[in-house]
Write a protein that binds this ligand. Structure first.
Ligand code: ATP
Ligand code: MG
Length: 402
């Protein structure tokens, strides 16, 4: 309809071309493309079938406060993902904020909503129509714009048709983004399962090593000394007593090693003192003059307490190793159905972007902390700026949604 209305005034072909446009839009949308593929495909199709000169498809960012160009007619397609606009700014921003279309027939610059973006070369185009892309439940997913080099009257029906295309796209875009989020989650789940297996393996190897090298060695010698004692008990009671004393030492040593191996699994201090006091004693062991500790009693299950303790341990170790801080603070609190742990320092800080590579080393430092947090259904965030200190925050939900 847009084409005929604007170019060939033939009402007979209006319905045909409308149907054709919608049909081709549906084709693009059902081809199972990703977001960028859909945005680009629709931009090309709209310019082609509506006799407009350029079409821009701006999608709303997940945070919902910015529009980003994702598809456009050539040569502007090169700018995909490179142009951004806050919701509320410019014509597209206005359309996004109000959920209503805008038509400007000429003299865009006189419109207070218009904002000139040099890369989009607005000076080459006279008329424009901009429609919101809104899903059936009423969620805004973006804005669709068409521009023409020649002056053109966009009629109500033109805008309506553009709106229909935009509506179809909105649904498909929402599906595509749900799909990609699902795929991401699935991938994260797989990576996660892999890491758990690796962590378990590492833990098993550590335990096996400690049992083999420490505990069983001592038991072997212990049994050797006991045999010697048994042989000597009649003929050389003094020698036998000496052997038994050696055996006792070894038994004590084996016990110590066993405790040590178990402590690697769950810090014994947790059983003795509980989480809050354990964290206090941990923080006090940091060799810095200004350590503040602020804790409350929490009711986390044992495995969660262990994880929180280990995370605090690693965060404090990082402060000691890297921060060069004058002050450290550890806080354990409860808020909104969750336990919060916060470790902050005023040290050198770092750029988190350089340490958040997706496939970090397993079981080490920050990646290990994150994995433990994920295991609990919680989140770990690091907030750091070079020169401005670091805050590590852990949130563990108290509900059973784990
Ligand atoms: N509190 C902090 N202050 C300054 N830099 C930090 C702090 N915590 C972490 N970092 C930086 O982040 C990097 C990654 O920390 P992470 O704990 O993952 O590894 P690591 O401490 O270097 O090694 P590992 O923990 O495996 O022994 C550190 O090398 C350091 O550069
Ligand atoms: Mg570390």
């Amino acid at each position: 309809m847009i084409r005929s209305r604007l170019g060939l005034a033939d009402p007979e072909s209006d319905a045909d071309s409308d149907a054709q446009l919608l049909h081709r839009v549906i084709e693009i949308l059902s081809a199972g493309r990703d977001l960028d593929g859909i945005a680009q495909g629709v931009a090309d199709l709209i310019t082609e079938t509506t006799s407009t000169d350029v079409c821009f498809v701006h999608l709303l960012d997940p945070a919902g406060d910015r529009l980003r160009l994702r598809g456009a007619t050539a040569p502007f397609d090169q700018l995909a993902r490179r142009i951004e606009l806050p919701v509320g700014e410019g014509v597209s921003g206005w359309v996004a904020a109000h959920g209503a279309p805008v038509v400007i027939t000429d003299n865009k610059r006189a419109d207070p909503r218009y904002r000139y973006i040099p890369e989009l070369r607005g000076e080459e185009f006279i008329s424009m129509a901009s429609v919101p892309m809104i899903t059936r439940p009423g969620d805004l997913v973006g804005v669709l714009n068409v521009h023409t080099r020649e002056r053109r009257e966009f009629t109500e029906a033109d805008v309506e048709l553009l709106g229909s295309v935009a509506g179809l796209m909105a649904g498909a875009i929402e599906n595509a983004s749900l799909h990609s989020r699902l795929a991401e989650r699935e991938e994260a789940r797989e990576r996660f399962a892999e890491r758990i297996v690796l962590l378990q393996e590492t833990e098993r190897r550590r335990l096996a090593g400690e049992i083999h090298d420490g505990i069983s060695q001592r038991i072997v010698s212990l049994s050797f000394h006991l045999s010697a004692a048994a042989d000597a008990v009649v003929s050389d009671p003094a020698g036998a007593a000496e052997q038994i004393a050696r055996a006792q030492e070894l038994a004590a040593g084996a016990l110590e090693e066993t405790r040590h191996a178990i402590a690697g699994l769950r810090p014994p201090v947790l059983d003795d003192l509980g989480l809050a006091a354990s964290l206090e004693s941990l923080a006090r062991s940091v060799p810095l003059p200004n350590v503040r500790v602020d804790t409350v009693t929490t009711s986390l299950p044992e495995h969660a307490e262990t994880a929180v303790y280990r995370i605090a341990q690693e965060a404090l170790q990082n402060v000691m190793k890297h921060a060069g801080a004058a002050h450290v603070q550890l806080r354990l609190s409860v808020a909104a159905g969750a336990v919060l742990l916060e470790i902050s320092d005023d040290g050198v800080g770092f750029d988190p972007a350089t340490t958040t590579r997706r496939a970090g080393p397993v079981g080490h430092g920050l990646p290990g902390m994150r994995q433990r947090a994920e295991l609990l259904g919680g989140q770990l965030t690091t907030d750091s700026t070079p020169g401005r200190g670091t805050v590590v925050r852990l949130r563990v939900p108290l509900t059973q949604e784990r």
